[in-house]
Design a protein around this ligand. Sequence first.
Ligand code: NI
Length: 392
Amino acid sequence: MHSRELIETYQSYVQDWRRHFHKYPELSNEEFETTKTLAKELESMGVEVQVDTERGTGLIGIIRGDKTGKAIALRADIDALPVVEHNTFDFKSTVEGKMHACGHDGHMAILLGAAKMLMDMKDRIEGTVYLVFQPAEETGGGAQNFINFGNWFNEIDAIFGGHVWIDLPAGLVSVEEGPRMAASSLFNINVKGKQGHGAQPHQAIDAVVVASAIVLNLQTVVSRNISALDSVVVTVGNIHSGTEWNVIPGEATMGGTVRFFDPTQEEHIVASIRRIVEHTAAAYGATAEFIYENRVPPTINDTASSALAERVVIDTLGVHKLSKMRKVMPGEDFAWYLREKPGCFAFIGIQNPEIDAVYDHHNNRFTMDDSILSAASAVYAEYAIQWLLENK
Ligand code: NI
């Protein structure tokens, strides 16, 4: 049997699970009930389950094929976001202020569908498939924590995962090689000036003016320090300063993010930001402290894994479902796995204007065409089977 023959069989199964998870969202590192539900469902299929009992969130399902061989992991993330849902469908979030607004409900459903399919095709599996349900993707750190759970990460030889993607029409799949999602870093800037009377600015050092100048000067990091052929983003996302209308504030804080694809550029980008921050402040007689932290490296698909994924998509769904999509600037903690293991991260199209599945990820009206999720399950299952066959 081939995975493509099971797409219809499990279509409503996968769709129902996506809607169930959508109704009961849990935030990063609080996916306790989600974990229990997943464990119960996998056990009911006869899948061996290892729950991270120490944290109470996240689990691994293990499917051993009829023949022995290498091991591959298929990964889904399981957390929701602190977003108030504005959708009105009957499976909308039942928890006020929490919502699966990124599509991780779909990822869990896809992986449950893949588990069903793999259990039906154990005779084709030459090795072991690990089903990885990872907590806390949204807040960062989830993948790094989960790498240290049990021994699964040492045991696997390859990994595959994906993200449902709203910019891609429903049913299309993109698996190109190279950088697919950007590195994600955060920074904080603390400006110190001198507080004073709103009417006597000459006796103060205005932190609002300094912060404003820093924001404007930071616009030259990308436009004047980075090659026009490279993709980099520097965003200041928040500024806080002052509380009164007649007091010049002596302090300001700012926070922001940096995104890039080429890790060798990181040092240069960071040095450029630091230079502008410190010297702009100095030009106004103030000081500024720049604090930088890289959260996620870029997500990079290796050539062989992407080539296999392309063949699997064509073989399972047909050549017309294989899409080309440009890389995107958001980050993804799947990158940590790809730093150490060969693998591929796929984008799965879920956009469908007919059912209003057009709103961006993290929007309070985000939703997806979940009728195509079992096709994604088939791609996951088939990738695992083929990888094990071709890498004996
Ligand atoms: Ni996501």
